[in-house]
Design a binder for this molecule. Sequence first.
Ligand code: RFL
Ligand code: PHB
Length: 393
Amino acid sequence: MRTQVGIVGAGPAGLFLAHLLQLRGIESMVIETRSREYVETRVRAGLLEQGTVDLMERTGLGDRMRREGLAHHGIALRFGGRSHRIDFDALTGGKGVTVYAQQEVVKDLIAARLAAGGDIHFEVRDVSVADLEGPVPRIRFTDAAGNAREISCDFIGGCDGFHGICRPSVPAGVLTEFERVYPFAWLGILSHSPPPSEELIYALHPRGFALCSMRTPEISRLYLQCAPDEDIAQWPDERIWEELRARLAGDDGLTVAEGEIFQKGVTPMRSFVAAPMRYGAMFLAGDAAHIVPPTGAKGMNLAIADVNVLAHALDAFYASGSTAGLDGYSDTCLRRVWKTQRFSWWMTSMLHRFDDRGPFDERVQLAELDYVTSSRAAAQTLAENYVGLPFDI
Ligand code: RFL
Ligand code: PHB
């Protein structure tokens, strides 16, 4: 098989790349180890930055998001038993975020791709990439029917996530990896219950962090800071509700409505960057190149920002032969990646309980929350980053 751009991974990065290329008349093929059903139901991110929303609108993916997504104009930071609102409208000149689950973005992208006659091979195995420096790089795999297949292409999009094969296929010594692993994880649930508030609440309590998000006005997405190796079996529903009530307690009457919990999972927290995001004809994008802790709600947005840069660079190459965009891809992406790493690390540090912090550090942490919620300049810094820095292109 032959195509212009071979794409490994049908997550937000790979599917969005295929979509953006198709709009520019560039052919691609996507391969994915999981089934279509699996990727369309995988519970992950929930929040779209303004730039992601605008890109979805501009590229014909806005219909369902406009109908079903929830536009948010602020968040609350909660500490000392009180919520403090960060007003995005006032602080960013009318920008905001949209609650629209990652698997819905993935469904919309797959539907758009198939409607345009695009190729996605699900349930493949034995994936490898070869000849990354040669003129014709290749992707080899076994397809769902058990046949050995090979895609020859001009470029490869390495969009196969943190545990994929693309990054490890780069020869040793080429990439520099930067990593921070946090001494905690998030226990996340979905429940049939209205969220405690119409907007997200990020709460710091002496018992640890809690986050109240949602999927719809009737479905809550709730998270609790827990141990990195937490055993989910130790968290029967009643313990989860008790802990949420304790961490969200206050004197302002905030209540946590209980409901049937229909999904539970533990997410480890890490910050990770591999640089450069290119080796020969292979371009790494999204979680394949970097991971942020979820406190800033940035992972999916960053993946989409990467492939937006890559699609422009490939477009310029096929239109005029210019390699300037491709040569600048890694540097352009990494500027945004590092600023987003900084923000995600900062939100994580400000909002979690660190067992090795003493009373001095705890007071400084509370002073930071007090400052961010009482100084317009500080609140504006949070708001500007949370709604998302402008897309570079
Ligand atoms: P993905 O989504 O992991 O997709 C990679 C795809 O590649 C497939 N794959 C392979 N395919 C072919 N061959 C191979 N050898 C392959 N190996 C793997 C995988 O099956 C998969 O389908 O990476 P991508 O596209 O870069 O997208 C990144 C996002 O998924 C991720 O950053 C976000 O989910 C992170 N994240 C959040 N991001 C946000 O923007 N906003 C949020 O609110 C937010 N909340 C979250 C999150 C992630 C979470 N978890 C579970 C990690 C909340 C949580 C709890
Ligand atoms: C989510 O709704 O899943 C979500 C929201 C905000 C975050 C992380 C996850 O910071």
